[in-house]
Design a protein around this ligand. Structure first.
Ligand code: GTP
Ligand code: MG
Length: 281
């Protein structure tokens, strides 16, 4: 177990400012018997999730400059501002619709693990591509923080990003970081802590699902899913995927594999799906 305070940043203009007190962080390694909040690290492959995880927990998850290094889920802990946080490092994923085994681990935890806060780590040099996953995650959670990582690389390429505008447009805090140099991590911790405690309330951007017939179908199917799977978080997301004809989700629902749910009676959901599809077509 490591429990040293994080080293003060040398590059931050806020160095010495009490609002960014690096001594607030206590790395707890894997020693996590009790916690106040669960925080998930989501993001595309190779964006620096494990680098953030290591910096905050003192652990040594594998990092390197190629995608697909993190292949399972890793847990660690830290304490900040008097609260204990359990941090979950996840494999990289491009989309919540992805199908590879590692991506499924990430998808299932983001969707059904019910983290208190989801940090979405994005590559500031490939913002557009990374926003796909951001928008998908913001569809299903009200509590997220964007870690706009690799800002040193973005600066090197001469890119400037209006992070305040991005935060306003997305409706969640956006924190620019260069995790390898530990730049911005104190601000990231503060944002996570504020969202976890409810001090900051997110208003995430949602894509309007359009036609009334589709909205009605989604609503009715969501209701049916909630009846059959009362513990299923994000039933609306599952309903959307079912209507989309996503074979993996259909099979997962039929087999009761989503979020380790008990095997449900699936015929009711299948019937409801058939009815809704008939009405739309
Ligand atoms: N220049 C720079 N490199 C970074 C930064 N953050 C992480 N890296 C590097 O980016 C590479 C990928 O970092 P990881 O932490 O392994 O990325 P990951 O998101 O966990 O990757 P997967 O587990 O494969 O999805 C490593 O070589 C890190 O050292 C940063 O802010 N700036
Ligand atoms: Mg990783």
């Amino acid at each position: 177990m490591t429990s040293e305070p994080i080293k003060p940043q040398t590059t931050s203009p806020c160095e010495g400012c009490p609002a960014h007190n690096a001594q607030n962080l206590l790395k707890l390694g894997i020693s996590m018997d009790e916690w106040d909040y669960v925080v998930a690290l989501a993001g595309n492959p190779n964006t620096g999730k494990s680098t953030v995880f290591n910096a905050l927990t003192g652990l040594r998850q594998h990092t390197g400059n190629w995608p697909g290094k993190t292949v399972g889920r890793a847990e660690g802990g830290f304490s900040f501002g008097g609260s204990r946080f359990k941090l979950i490092d996840l494999p990289g994923t491009y989309s919540l619709l992805s199908t590879s085994f590692d991506e499924e681990i990430a998808r299932d935890f983001i969707l059904f693990g019910q983290p208190d806060v989801t940090i979405i780590v994005v590559d500031a040099t490939r913002l557009e591509r990374n926003l796909n996953l951001v928008l998908q995650v913001l569809e299903i959670t009200d509590r997220a923080v964007i870690c706009l990582n690799l800002m040193d690389e973005a600066r090197r390429y001469g890119l400037t990003i209006d992070d305040r505008r991005l935060a306003r447009d997305l409706g969640v805090p956006v924190v620019p970081t260069a995790a390898r140099q530990r730049e911005g991590l104190d601000q990231l911790l503060q944002a996570v802590s504020d969202v976890a405690s409810g001090k900051v309330v997110c208003r995430p951007h949602r894509v309007n699902s359009g036609l009334p017939a589709i909205q009605r179908a989604v609503f009715q199917l969501t209701e049916k899913l909630q009846q059959v799977y009362p513990q299923l978080p994000n039933a609306r997301w599952v309903a959307l995927r079912l209507l989309d004809g996503d074979r993996n989700i259909i099979q997962a629902v039929e087999r009761g594999e989503l979020g380790n749910l008990a095997l449900p009676s699936t015929s009711e959901v299948s019937q409801a799906l058939d009815q809704q599809l008939e009405m739309i077509n």
